[in-house]
Design a protein around this ligand. Sequence first.
Ligand code: BGP
Length: 469
Amino acid sequence: MKQFADDFIFGGATAAFQVEGAAKEDGRGPCCWDEYMNRPGSCFNGDKASDFYHKYKDDLELANEFGINGIRISISWSRIIPDGSGEVNRKGIDFYNRLIDECIKNEVEPFVTLHHFDTPLTLFEKGDWLNRDIIAHFVRFAEICFVHFGDRVKKWATFNEPWSVAQNGYIIGNFPPSIKFDIPKAVQIMHNMMVAHAKTINLYKTMNLPGEIGIVHTLEGKCPISDKAEDKRAAYLDDTIANTFMLDACFKGEYGKDTLETIHEILKKNHGTFTVYDGDMDIIRTASKDIDFLGMNYYSSHFLQGYDGESKMHHNGTGEKGTSVFALQGIGARVSNPNVETTDWDWPIYPQGMYEMLVRIKRDYPNYKKIYIAENGMGYKDDFVDGNIDDTPRIEYIRKHFTYILKAIQEGVNVKGYYVWSLMDVLSWSNGYNKRYGLFYVDFESQKRYPKKSAYWFKKMSKTKRLVS
Ligand code: BGP
């Protein structure tokens, strides 16, 4: 099968901090990333990013010209409420009203995420998602967004990738607050975010707005590197903490028995635990009955080997192939698979992992309603030659993933759209401006946009609704 349904969305994804810039304009308050990227020794920041704050009209026209009929944007919490919990900034509301209207005018449907990593600095400094007070502040922020934009926004996501917030901030240490190997804190953060997510879903459902609401998870496959029992166990442990834990909460409304036992086994080996407070699971259960969609971000899968030692880690943020190290106490080690190609940032290119994950969602969470591929794409060091960018490897990467999406659809998985990461080149959180993903090349000095070869290819796909070679 090569044909997509007529209403299939061919979208492009962005996130406020990675594209907007204008970090100090019109009353925006700082978020945790402003501070993190401006610390001594940091080589890049988000002060200008892709200047979407000023260039959104051009970007949306360009999107429309290239057949892109959906855009993932996120709302910067600290642009709406500068300190996260106090006064509302009218200019922030005005900006998103203009942006959403412009999306609609260009027939590029907005898919809006409420939290894409950019926690307001004031709340972050009070304990980030470990301080449960943040839950009520987040729900208030969400309500303000629903009231102001809910008449026109028909797709809402509560969070983007809670696992990345937990893993990168508290285990790998390449996101603020740069804590390493604190797996118990990471699990507590995920649980607290699940409560905030569920409260937000439950609130939205009382407001009778004309849209749908879900969440975006990063769902990477976890494959044992061999048939050895310890490698299989390592894959299972990594999968449980990274995938099953929150999928269970979102779609079963509880942490399954095996899931919980496995999490406690991991936590025990890491000398900690996590707390579920009174009432949390009722809130989570209610939301799981009403959630409208799963947004799935998929870039890669990991190959796991059993590992008994202490945690060790090196994040490849420069694109120097083969420099990553990732081994976690009580879980396992991610190792390279000689049969699987990787990107320069050591991300295995494994499109069948996306298919396996899609089929698994249908099998294990049969009450899911629909799936959007909310991010997929390839970080690549694009060559800019006289305004032309030949990014054939990116086309190949995306095409292979589309092949597997079609296979999953054919087998009955309800996938309704695809948002390529990213619409235009953006700031990469822990890799800076050299790791490019966009369909449109951004010259970050002049802020000019140039369509890459992949943009022309994507246009053909969206116009014909067919997989083109
Ligand atoms: C996802 C994030 C995106 C984006 C993407 C690429 O986890 O949701 O915001 O950054 O990954 O990751 P990176 O920029 O680290 O290559």
